[in-house]
Design a protein around this ligand. Sequence first.
Ligand code: TXA
Ligand code: MG
Length: 354
Amino acid sequence: MKTEYIKLDNNNPDREMIKKAGEIIKKGGLVAFPTETVYGLGGDAMLSESSKRIYRAKGRPSDNPLIVHICEIGDLYEAAKDIPEEALLLAERFWPGPLTMIFTKRDRVPFETTGGLSTVAVRMPDNRIALDFIRAAGGFVAAPSANRSGRPSPTNVKRVLEDLDGEIEMIIDGGDSVIGLESTIIDMTPYSRGEKGMLLRPGFVTDKDLKELLSDIDYDPAVFGKINNDAKPRAPGMKYRHYAPKGELTIVKGEDEGVISFIRRGVREALSSGKRAAVIASSENIRAFEEGLVIDIGSRKDDGEIARRLYEGLRACDDKDIDVIYSEELTYGNLSGAIMNRLIKAAGGRIKEV
Ligand code: TXA
Ligand code: MG
């Protein structure tokens, strides 16, 4: 299949092009599109055949549910029911924006879209191209991140093409993603049982932000990256190896001095045994590393920058066929929970304390 590439201006997307993209979805096709978090791979959320195609294009297990993207709050009631008051508070504050909420699904949402679950994840993205496109597509666009299953999510069109060129009808280029990490996910269904909402995936909307409106929330153990076979994560996606580069990534934790010398030694050993090695470090430490591929992931003073660059950094390792990767622990600012959640998963839980 030939994938059509179009580039749109996020402040003023060309209407004819948006209409064309919407028509593709209405006919059961797939379109990759920009959101403020990462690029999404969209299909009609109300068509089971479209959701099946999404799983095939991504190479994703079909028990891993998709997020339904909407463009106006009224449409929430078409996809979900038993919507608690707390959800409306969150929607008012954070939508459009990087927050996904889970509710009981309505019958019209096919089980193919929800991975067989009776609940549905809904989000309204904060990106003009995305909102116009969703409207043109009929209002309900199922979209996982636009990567092959298991790989880091794409934050620009080059990475979408790398994974999906030839597999889908169209790709819309809207420039670099401004956030760079997937949305925060909170399960709102416990409220109907008089219980607290449960955070399933941390993101740009932090738990602190949520608690301002909800007073308290519960946490799925997968949020902290500690998944074992006993703790079954509530967001099925969290059980899979995720966001991962092809090389073996180890997070090194401790005081700067010890971390730097451990990583330098590790890189040297890898290189001398004929392997390709990379280092992911904060701007503040970057000059301490000279050998291997050295990736500046951003300043410790700017967690937004680290979030924006993280997936591109992991993919840069794949570009160079890196075998061994060391990363500093990246625990700076309000986004550190979300950043470390992704980094720990990318590392398959490998953390070395020095
Ligand atoms: O920022 C985002 O959310 C991006 C952009 C494209 O909007 N999308 C995204 O989708 O990250 P995806 O498919 O890569 O991640 C969706 C996550 C998965 O971990 C999935 O298991 C979880 O949401 N999820 C979806 N529906 C669910 C449900 N009904 N119950 C529990 N978890 C659900
Ligand atoms: Mg994903």
